[in-house]
Ligand binder design. Structure first.
Ligand code: ADP
Length: 764
């Protein structure tokens, strides 16, 4: 740059020139560099493609320093390799050879060494530096390169993003005269790369969010399960940037433990699919371990995973081409592990936190999907069992009807003839009726269970009485089938706080099953023993046994192992459901075991013992319901009134009372009952509750208000047996509450307990 001016004399005549000549090459160069930087930054801001920006940057640096040749290599953090970024002045062959080299071995060149040591690497004479493999040195010298300075480009957080290398065609230190140039270039490279990564991350995040949204929406649709599983594993592979993915469902395994069943897989070889169709929790695979721990399992490199070493799983991974794997448990809303979702990579890999968070969202949706499938399956299964149950029920209920109808017909035909032949017919009727009552009772109990209204009437009892009763009840069937029954009880009494009727039902059922499901001539054992605060009751047989895969659901409603056998025995498949529920209501548990078909079965009931024995002794009283049923012989005749709107019921009970030596009248609603009682002055009134005109409660209250009614024994005879119902009947003035169909022996015994009316002193 030159500046000059004329020098003039007093008259204005030019007498000389004065001026300065300035060397401004450096300034111009600096200005051009600044301008170059501005252009690069502008391109970055305009989101021009990364390669173009990097090429511009390299050119900009090279312009500053003649003879300088630069290259940029990007660090691929996922594959841990170098990717060629820009090197417009270097031979194409040289750049290509560097593309994709693993960062690990320093031998590949100074850029890898710089990254490995995280510091600048200066090579003053490439041909003579034996830190590097001959391959690289030959390639570099063949490209005319003699010296290089490799530097690391770091991002804002200090992570290596790239290498920036400066070469020259002569030995020495190739660094530019102005060291600023190199550091400015590195800063710009970092800005360009991070900007590009941020953009890519944003694009990925948007795409992932869109994907999750579409998958979520699709899973709500009703389309086939298979398709939905596929959607989920495809989405998992995209989200996790993996080559393989799979989804499994937790199922009860054959050996009683849990297993994983493959629902869908992507990228697996047929061999791998076969091997992993079912995976047990003791399997070394990531899903086996996730099943065991209930937590996500990450294996960044299967070759370096100690728990896989030497396992079959490792072999299958290798054969499939899997190098890294993660498995995430699918947790249902109720907190149960219902399945697994896995992704697999063909290279060592650690998925970034962000991808794992997305996978967790997908896992939520997948868990819902599996839960829905399970619920649907359970519903279908329940529905199927119910259908089957209804068919059996119809059959069972019809069975007793034919013999009863036939017997009645015969009785009518014989009516006019001598009364001979009537005895066996009555036996038929009684047995069939008993059978019907049992079926209907079980049905009622089952409906109480499903509605949650089954209630216990617990009191202190001694186990032996219940056991005796169960054995006596099972005796006829055991005799018929020629079984031997063995009972073992500890010498000291065992006290329980239990409902004697319900507990008897439990043992009766188990004993009955043991006799039913054992071929004639078998053995049945019933034993009880104390274990700490529990009594353990075992019912064992030498019978058909139970297949292991059925042990789990034998207690489910309507579940029968082999229809053909149960059909022959007559049963609804609800006995064990009742048993389990009753045991649980008592605070106990029940378990079935069997060594398999033909090897017998054992049912083990555990019940808590009564804690304070003294309590038992204070409350103990003979339990009429558990004594063998005998109709008392010595009996005082009572005046009774039977009130029931069901005429058959009223008449049959009145007949029974008359036959057993009592007087009996009937009435069929509350008002009629009051009138009859007024005239007849009964000592005992059996009153139905639900009746037309006036119900049983009101009738009872009325009777109690009369002078003659104060001492009458009022017995409610009703279908309702809940505590609430008993309280209501007591409030209305009833003395006793019997649930229909009441056992005739109980009824008659009640009459015996009645003290003469005159001595009864009711004080309220
Ligand atoms: P069911 O009315 O069919 O006897 P349960 O609920 O009592 O119904 O029993 C359910 C099923 O369990 C039976 O159908 C039978 O297959 C099986 N089972 C019960 N007890 C035994 C036993 N002691 N031995 C073999 N199988 C049994």
């Amino acid at each position: 740059a030159m500046r000059g001016e004329a020098i003039r004399d007093a008259h204005g005549t030019v007498i000389g020139l004065r001026g300065t000549v300035q060397e401004i090459t450096e300034r111009k160069r600096a200005e051009a560099f600044m301008e170059g930087q501005r252009r690069v930054l502008e391109k970055i801001a305009r989101r021009v493609g990364l390669s173009e920006v990097l090429v511009d940057l390299v050119r900009l640096v090279e312009e500053q320093e003649p003879g300088l040749l630069c290259s940029i290599h990007l660090v691929d953090g996922v594959t841990h390799t170098l990717r060629s970024g820009a090197g417009p002045s270097l031979p194409f062959e040289y750049m290509r050879a560097m593309d994709g080299v693993p960062i690990q071995p320093a031998a590949t060149g100074p850029c890898c060494l710089a990254l490995q040591d995280m510091k600048d690497v200066l090579v003053r004479d490439i041909s003579a530096d034996d830190r590097f493999a001959a391959g690289w040195r030959d390639r570099a010298t063949a490209s005319g390169l003699r010296s290089v300075l490799s530097t690391v480009v770091r991002g804002a957080a200090g992570v290596p993003l790239a290498t920036f290398a400066m070469y020259r065609r002569e030995p020495g230190n190739p660094e530019p005269v102005n060291p600023q140039i190199g550091s400015v270039a590195r800063q710009l490279i970092a800005i360009a790369i991070e900007r590009d990564q941020a953009d890519a991350d944003l694009r990925h995040a948007e795409a992932d969010a869109r994907l999750l949204q579409t998958v979520g929406a699709e899973l709500l649709s009703e389309t086939g399960e298979e398709r939905l599983y596929r959607k989920v594993i495809d989405a998992a592979a995209v989200l996790m940037r993996s080559e393989f993915s799979s989804m499994q469902m937790v199922e009860p395994g054959r050996g009683g433990d849990t297993e994983l069943r493959l629902l869908a897989s992507r990228g697996f070889s047929p061999q791998a699919e076969r091997t992993w169709r079912r995976v047990r929790c003791d399997c070394a695979t990531s899903c086996g371990r996730a099943l065991k721990t209930g937590r996500r399992v990450l294996v960044p490199d299967i070759e370096r995973c100690p728990s896989l070493a030497g396992s079959q799983a490792l072999e299958t991974y290798r054969e499939t081409g899997i190098r890294a794997v993660q498995t995430t448990p699918l947790i249902s809303r109720a907190g149960n592990t219902v399945g697994m979702i896995s992704t697999h990579w063909n290279r060592p890999y650690v998925p970034p936190e962000r991808d794992l968070r997305n996978l967790d969202i997908l896992a939520r949706q997948a868990a819902d999907l599996i839960e829905r499938k399970r619920n649907e399956e359970a519903l279908r299964e329940a529905d199927r069992r119910k259908d089957e149950f209804l068919a059996i029920l119809a059959h069972e209920l019809r069975n007793p009807l034919a013999p009863m109808r036939n017997s009645l017909m015969v009785m009518r035909l014989l009516e006019k003839a001598a009364a001979t032949g009537e005895e066996p017919l009555r036996g038929v009727l009684e047995r069939q009726l008993h059978h019907l009552i049992r079926l209907v009772d079980d049905l009622l109990d089952v409906s109480r269970i499903t509605r949650g209204t089954l209630q216990l009437r617990r009191e202190p009892i001694e186990l032996a009485t219940v056991v005796d009763h169960a054995v006596e009840t099972a005796r006829p069937l055991a005799l018929e089938r020629r079984h031997e029954i063995h009972v073992t009880l500890p010498p000291e009494p065992i006290f329980l706080q239990a409902d004697p009727v319900r507990l008897a039902q439990v043992l009766n059922n188990l004993m009955n099953n043991a006799c039913k499901y054992t071929e004639p001539g078998g053995q049945v054992w019933l034993s009880a023993s104390r274990h700490g605060n529990e009594v353990v009751i075992r019912v064992r047989d030498t019978g058909l046994g139970i297949p292991p895969d059925r042990l789990g659901n034998i207690f489910d409603m309507f579940n029968q192992v082999d229809r053909s056998i149960e059909r022959a025995q007559g049963g609804l498949g609800i006995g064990l459901t009742l048993v389990r529920r009753l045991v649980e209501l008592h605070g106990g548990s029940i378990l079935a075991t069997s060594d398999g078909p033909g090897r017998g079965s054992e049912f083990v009931v555990r019940l808590p013992l009564l804690q304070r024995i003294s309590e038992f002794e204070r409350q103990a009283r003979p339990d009429v319901r558990l004594l063998p049923s005998t109709v008392a012989t010595k009996r005082a005749a009572r005046r009774t009134l039977v009130v029931d709107d069901n005429v058959d019921s009223a008449d049959s009970l009145a007949t029974l009372l008359r036959v057993t030596g009592h007087e009996a009248m009937t009435a069929h609603d509350g008002l009629e009952a009051l009138a009859a009682a007024e005239r007849f002055r009964p000592e005992v009134v059996f009153l139905d509750i639900g009746m037309p005109r006036m119900n049983g409660y009101d009738a009872a209250r009325h009777i109690r208000q009369q002078d003659w009614g104060r001492d009458v024994l009022l017995v409610a005879l009703t279908g309702w047996g809940k505590d609430e119902d008993r309280r209501r009947s007591a409030d209305a003035g009833f003395d006793a509450h019997l649930v229909k169909p009441a056992d005739s022996n109980d009824l008659l015994r009640l009459l015996e307990t009645l003290t003469p009316a005159t001595s009864r002193n009711k004080t309220g």
